[in-house]
Design a protein around this ligand. Structure first.
Ligand SMILES: [Zn+2]
Length: 272
């Protein structure tokens, strides 16, 4: 197998195709069945975000989506609404500026940073035993032992299984009698390890990358200050393989935004 031509591709596409080429080509332009377009055409695309609706769970103090009808086809000739929404409502991206003053707002996240190969870390078993489970460096290192070292292009997606509680806000926040929320997240130590690996972003299928009981948001401070971004409130990740999917994150490029609602797509390897 001659992989050399792939090195000439833009990096994300080279990674996208790295495990998929079955034969080499002497051309500098990938052709035929091995071309990026052919891979994309055969890939299954799945949505990793939730639909946006007024009943979506929000973080305490968050702004719920509201949609006011401003015109209807029957009365105005066209249907149009006015939306109100928080920057962190629904499936959304946290930009570095969310916790690091003066760093990149969401509109300054470059497109190439918003896509990359997925590293899916499955902690559903740990979370089933402990809703406050904090992803540890050991969880990340276990993934690396099985699948290889994390690369700077990776998007690390934490699958906790919590998306099954969406959109039931009571079960999703899981607040106890003293007002403390209980849902899984990442430990600060795991965040530091991922920052050292220079991965582009961290996504999770819960209300926050910090665990529910956190009041100091150490993981947010660590990873966003390091220039990375988060994707929160991801939907069910069970269809993703641990490695081999390619992710495209598409937040609204709101000028100076601390974050923004996003659609998130996964391209699954052909045959999966
Ligand atoms: Zn957020």
């Amino acid at each position: 197998m001659n992989m050399t031509p792939w090195k000439l591709l833009p990096l994300p596409l080279a990674l996208l195709l790295g495990g998929c080429a079955t034969s080499g080509t002497r051309s500098h332009e990938p052709q035929g069945a091995n071309s990026p377009a052919a891979w994309l055409a055969r890939a299954r695309v799945v949505e990793l975000g939730h639909p946006f609706a007024p009943d979506m769970p929000v973080f305490p103090g968050g702004v719920r989506l509201s949609a006011k009808v401003m015109g209807t086809v029957e009365h105005d000739g066209y249907y149009i609404r006015q939306l109100e929404i928080g920057e962190h409502t629904g499936t959304h991206v946290d930009a570095p500026a969310h916790f690091a003053a003066g760093s990149a707002p969401v509109d300054k996240l470059p497109p190439e940073a918003l896509m990359g190969p997925a590293a899916v870390v499955d902690v559903t078993a740990q979370v089933a035993a402990n809703p406050d489970y904090e992803v540890s460096p050991g969880d990340i290192e276990a993934w690396e032992r099985k699948h290889g070292a994390l690369q700077p292009q990776h998007l690390v997606l934490i699958r906790t299984g919590w998306a099954a509680r969406w959109p039931d806000e009571q079960r999703y926040r899981n607040t106890d009698a003293s007002g403390v929320m209980h849902f899984p997240g990442l430990s600060a130590a795991a965040s530091r390890l991922l920052r050292q690996r220079q991965v582009r972003g961290i996504g999770i299928d819960t209300l926050s990358t910090d665990p529910g009981p956190s009041t100091t948001f150490e993981q947010h401070k660590d990873f966003l200050t390091g220039g990375g971004y988060h994707i929160e409130n991801l939907a069910d990740l069970s269809m993703l393989p641990p490695t081999g999917a390619f992710i495209v994150v598409s937040p609204l490029p709101v000028k100076d935004g601390s974050g923004a609602p996003a659609r998130v797509f996964a391209f699954l390897p052909p045959g999966d």
